[in-house]
Design a protein around this ligand. Structure first.
Ligand code: NAG
Ligand code: NAG
Ligand code: NAG
Ligand code: NAG
Ligand code: NAG
Ligand code: FE2
Length: 459
C-alpha cells in the first residue's frame, strides 16, 4: 500500500531538502465546543410555501456544457400540476416557456412529491432572467443570472460548500455564504441532506433540506457532486438501487459532456472548466468513469477556460484521522493525469473539517522503488478539503501528528470558501470560518494558473 502519511525517516530527510515552503499550519483557533444538532421539523427554514400545491424545494443548476442552459427543479406536494417554466429578461415579461417532466419515487414506506425538472436552453450569457413555476395554481417567482460566455479572462466567483446537512451550523454556514455576496455559483462537493442518518433514511429529510437551501439555490446554480450520503443503499429495507433519492431530485447536465452517468460530468463556466467525479462509482481501468475521464482531459482548452478545477467527495490528501486512506485507490488511478494536465485545484469534502495542501504529487512509486511519499510538484493541484458545512455528525477534530509536510493549513471549524477568478493568471482563494464576520478570511492564497503562470505561489 502506498502510504502518503507514513513519512519514513529517509523520506523526511529527502523532503526537507526539496521542500520550498515553510512548515504547515495547524490552526490554534479555539472555538466553543457544542453539539451539532439538526434543526427541528417546525423550524422557519423548513416552512412550506403558502398556497395549494405551491412549488417548493426550487433549485437550479447548469443545464448544458457552456453555461447557456439551466435546469430548474421543484416539487409539488399534492398533485403534479404544471411542469412549465415561464421566463424572460424582465420581471413582468416572462414571455418564454419551457416544458419539463415530472417524476416520483418510493423509498421503503416514503412516497415522494411530484418532482419536476425542466431544462431551459439557449439563454443569453451574463443576463438576468426572471422565472416562474407552479403555473395555474400557486405560482412562485425567482430569478438567476447566467454566467458570462466562456473565455480566458472572464472574472467569476465560485462559492465552495461541502457536507452541509441541515443542522443549526448548516444554517450558519449558508447564512455566512449569503452574507459574503460575491459567490455567483456554488461548487458543492457532496453530502447534501444526511437523510440517511434517520431511521429508514427518512426521505422527508430530503424534502426539508431542499426547502432549507432554496433561498440560495433557487437563485444561483449549485454544481452537484455525489457523496457517500447520496448512496442511500439500504438492502435491509429493500432499497438496493444506489443514489435513488439523489438522482430523482438532483439533475446534472452529464449528457452534454458525453458522460453516461449523472454522477460524473464536466461543465465550462466563465473561465473555468469543472470536472466532477464520483468517489462512489467504479473508477478502475476500463470502467465507464475511467474511460470518460481519459477522453475528457484532452478536451480541455486552457486558451478558452484557463482554470481547471476538479470536484470529488473523498479527498486524496487528508491528514485528519477520519476516512483515512478512503481516497487512496482513486488517487493511485488518476493522480498522474491530474499532474500531466496541470489541474489547478481539487476540492473535496467528506472529512468534516478544513484543510489546504501544498502543491504535491505522489506518482513516482512503482511498488519496488520505495518512492512512496508526496513531493513538492509545481504541476500538481492544490488539494482543498471543504467538508466543513456543518452537518449533524459534527466536526472532525482528530488530526494525525505531526502535521505532514504536504499539509499547508488545517483547522477543525465549520465554514465555506470562495474561489475568485480574476483573469487567466490570478485567482484569490479564501476560507471563511463561521465564527468570524462574513468579510474575514481565516486562510487564503493567491492561485497562479498552472497553464498560464506556473510559478510557485509562495514566492
Ligand atoms: C414508515 O415506517 C416507520 C417505521 O415502521 C414509521 O415510524 C413511519 O411512520 C412510517 N412512515 C410512513 C410514511 O408510513
Ligand atoms: C437560519 O438562518 C436564517 C438567516 O440567518 C435565520 O433567519 C433563521 O431564523 C435561521 N433558522 C434557524 C432555525 O436557525
Ligand atoms: C481553444 O480556444 C481558443 C479560444 O477560444 C480558440 O481560438 C481555439 O481554436 C481553441 N482550440 C481548439 C483546439 O479548439
Ligand atoms: C485520534 O486518532 C488516533 C488514530 O486513529 C487514535 O489512536 C486516537 O485515540 C484518537 N484520539 C482521540 C482523542 O479520539
Ligand atoms: C490579473 O489579475 C491580477 C490580480 O488582480 C492582476 O495583478 C494582474 O495584473 C492581472 N493580469 C492582467 C494581465 O490584467
Ligand atoms: Fe461524506
Amino acid at each position: 500500500m502506498v502510504s502518503r502519511s507514513a513519512f519514513g525517516f529517509i523520506g523526511f530527510v529527502f523532503l526537507s531538502l526539496v521542500w520550498v515552503s515553510h512548515g504547515g499550519i495547524t490552526s490554534e483557533f479555539v472555538r466553543k465546543v457544542e453539539k451539532t444538532i439538526d434543526m427541528p421539523l417546525d423550524s422557519d427554514v423548513f416552512r412550506v410555501p403558502h398556497g395549494y400545491n405551491a412549488p417548493q424545494q426550487v433549485h437550479i443548476t447548469q443545464g448544458d456544457h457552456e453555461g447557456a442552459g439551466v435546469i430548474v427543479s421543484w416539487v409539488t406536494p399534492s398533485e403534479p400540476g404544471s411542469s412549465v417554466v415561464l421566463y424572460g429578461t424582465a420581471e413582468n415579461k416572462r414571455v418564454f416557456h419551457a416544458k419539463g417532466k415530472v417524476t416520483t419515487y418510493r423509498f421503503f414506506n416514503y412516497t415522494s412529491g411530484f418532482i419536476h425538472h425542466c431544462t431551459i436552453r439557449h439563454l443569453k450569457f451574463d443576463t438576468l432572467y426572471f422565472y416562474e413555476v407552479g403555473i395555474g395554481m400557486s405560482p412562485r417567482q425567482f430569478w438567476f443570472r447566467t454566467p458570462p460566455k466562456p473565455g480566458p479572462d472572464v472574472p467569476y466567483t465560485f462559492g465552495l460548500i461541502g457536507d452541509l446537512g441541515q443542522s443549526y451550523d448548516s444554517n450558519t454556514t449558508l447564512s455566512h455564504y449569503e452574507a459574503n455576496p460575491k459567490g455567483q455559483a456554488v461548487l458543492f462537493v457532496g453530502d447534501l441532506s444526511y437523510a440517511d442518518n434517520y431511521p429508514n433514511h427518512d426521505n422527508a429529510r430530503w424534502d426539508t433540506w431542499a426547502r432549507f437551501v432554496e433561498r440560495s439555490v433557487a437563485y444561483q446554480s449549485w454544481i452537484w457532486t455525489a457523496g457517500n450520503h447520496e448512496i442511500d443503499f439500504a438492502p435491509e429495507i429493500g432499497e438496493t438501487k444506489p443514489f435513488k433519492p439523489f438522482t430523482h431530485r438532483y439533475r446534472t447536465p452529464y449528457r452534454a459532456s458525453d458522460s453516461t452517468s449523472p454522477l460524473w460530468y464536466s461543465i465550462k463556466r466563465a473561465s473555468a472548466y469543472i470536472i466532477v467525479l464520483s468517489s462512489y462509482s467504479a473508477y478502475g481501468k476500463y470502467t465507464p468513469q475511467f474511460k470518460w475521464l481519459e477522453e475528457e482531459f484532452p478536451k480541455v482548452n486552457r486558451s478558452e477556460t484557463p482554470w481547471l478545477i476538479v470536484l470529488m467527495h473523498s479527498p486524496w490528501y487528508n491528514s485528519y484521522n477520519y476516512h483515512y486512506m478512503e481516497g487512496e485507490t482513486m488517487r493511485v488511478m488518476y493522480e498522474p493525469w491530474f499532474v500531466q494536465n496541470k489541474v489547478d485545484v481539487v476540492f473535496a469534502g467528506h472529512v468534516h473539517a478544513y484543510e489546504r495542501s501544498e502543491r504535491v504529487s505522489n506518482i513516482a512509486y512503482n511498488i519496488v522503488n520505495g518512492k512512496c511519499s508526496p513531493v513538492s510538484d509545481e504541476s500538481a493541484p492544490v488539494y482543498i478539503t471543504i467538508g466543513d458545512g456543518g452537518n449533524l455528525e459534527g466536526l472532525a477534530t482528530n488530526m494525525s501528528e505531526p502535521q505532514p509536510k504536504y499539509s499547508a493549513y488545517r483547522e477543525a471549524s465549520f465554514g465555506h470558501a470562495i474561489f475568485d477568478i480574476k483573469n487567466r493568471t490570478h485567482a484569490y482563494y479564501g476560507w471563511h470560518r463561521n465564527q468570524d464576520g462574513a468579510a474575514v478570511v481565516a486562510d487564503s492564497m493567491w492561485f497562479y494558473n498552472r497553464y498560464w503562470h506556473s510559478v510557485p505561489e509562495s514566492s
